[in-house]
Design a protein around this ligand. Structure first.
Ligand SMILES: CC[C@@H](C(=O)O)C(=O)SCCNC(=O)CCNC(=O)[C@H](O)C(C)(C)COP(=O)(O)OP(=O)(O)OC[C@H]1O[C@@H](n2cnc3c(N)ncnc32)[C@H](O)[C@@H]1OP(=O)(O)O
Length: 308
């Protein structure tokens, strides 16, 4: 991703300003936001004080697929500070999961996420850029996990919830669900990195339209717009949809060894982040060399596979 990878990336502001000839207002803002590196540990300690709900993780070594559940159902799984910290901790565990192939991000009780928990938001109005810095780091790490990730969009996916969905590789949507980047209606721009990811995913014009319209899409509309990769059958009950989504991920994108799946995702991420084709090809060649002549290739050659 050409965007900032993690938040440790440091842009040379002088170079950037010359390249982009930024207007003074944006220049001032940009200087403020890049003038110091946020202390993520201090922000974590502060966010943890905003209690409520949890994010829970199940890692299945057998299937190689993990389920990360946003668990604040009485508040439509909106995120508190404590839940942001939970998610960051789980992503650190997933980064080290040697048997991992896939991840499903889901909300409890048939609802994905209705954004930031407004009780938390009202208490944290002094803490916006710090929260954003923490979430940028967490969601960039989520997107770059060496796993194939899918967000299961059920019920409401609004504001920050819509932002979370853009930090997964794929999006599967329940036929009755709704998806909307409503930040502008809340007097906000995106706080969790979705502007950057939407431009990268869909291009400037579609990203601009999603963010300035605050349109809330039905599943049918979202699929037509290309915002989601698969819409589930309307015949399914919410409790059936998680297993159907997990099977969709397993059968389409997690059918091979974990080390190969992780190597492919890591190469895709490397290419995305480097923005340098020569460097990306160099990395791709290095990874290829790790598998060429290896046991998986020898077994496949022996099997004389016909790809019908
Ligand atoms: C900080 C990140 C920022 C960003 O950068 O994107 C944001 O995310 S801003 C927040 C954006 N989200 C919202 O503004 C959503 C607000 N909620 C709604 O619009 C509606 O609740 C709904 C999602 C359309 C559902 O409406 P409805 O079906 O009528 O249910 P209720 O409104 O009764 O909700 C049930 C229950 O859940 C509570 N709830 C819902 N959303 C949130 C939230 N974001 N934070 C906290 N609580 C939330 C709602 O208050 C109800 O609880 P009770 O009032 O106790 O019944």
């Amino acid at each position: 991703m050409a965007a900032i990878s993690g938040i440790t990336s440091h842009l040379s502001f002088t170079v950037l300003r010359k390249l982009l000839s930024l207007p003074s207002m944006l220049t001032t803002h940009f200087v403020r936001s890049t003038s110091s590196q946020p202390d993520l540990q201090a922000i974590r300690d502060e966010l943890e004080k905003f209690q409520g709900g949890s994010v829970d993780l199940e890692m299945d070594d057998q299937s190689g697929i993990a389920i990360m559940m946003l668990n604040n159902p009485k508040r439509l799984n909106s995120l508190t500070g404590k839940m942001m910290v939970d998610m960051a901790n789980h992503i650190t565990a997933l980064e080290k999961w040697s048997l991992g192939k896939g991840l499903v991000l889901v909300g409890a009780s048939g609802n994905f996420c209705s954004g930031g928990d407004l009780t938390f938001v009202r208490k944290a109005l002094h803490y916006g850029e710090e929260m954003a810095a923490f979430q940028h780091d967490t969601l960039t790490r989520l997107l770059n996990l060496p796993l194939v990730s899918v967000a299961l969009l059920q019920g409401h996916t609004l504001g920050g919830g819509a932002e979370l969905s853009t930090a997964c590789d794929f999006r599967v949507m329940s036929s009755s669900a709704r998806l909307g980047f409503v930040q502008i209606k809340m007097g906000l721009t995106t706080g969790w990195g979705a502007t950057t990811r939407l431009v990268h995913l869909f291009g400037r014009q579609k990203a601009l339209g999603l963010l300035t319209s605050a349109k809330v899409f039905s599943a049918e509309e979202a699929e037509k717009e290309g915002l989601v990769d698969h819409v589930l059958s309307y015949a399914l009950q919410p409790e059936e949809e998680l297993s159907v989504c997990k099977n969709w991920l397993a059968s389409n994108y997690c059918g091979y060894d974990a080390d190969l799946t992780q190597a492919v995702k890591s190469s895709v991420v490397h290419c995305d982040l480097s923005g340098d084709l020569i460097e990306s090809l160099r990395n791709e060649r290095r990874v290829f060399g790790q598998f060429w002549g290896g046991s998986a290739q020898r077994v496949a050659l022996e099997a004389k596979i016909k790809h019908k």
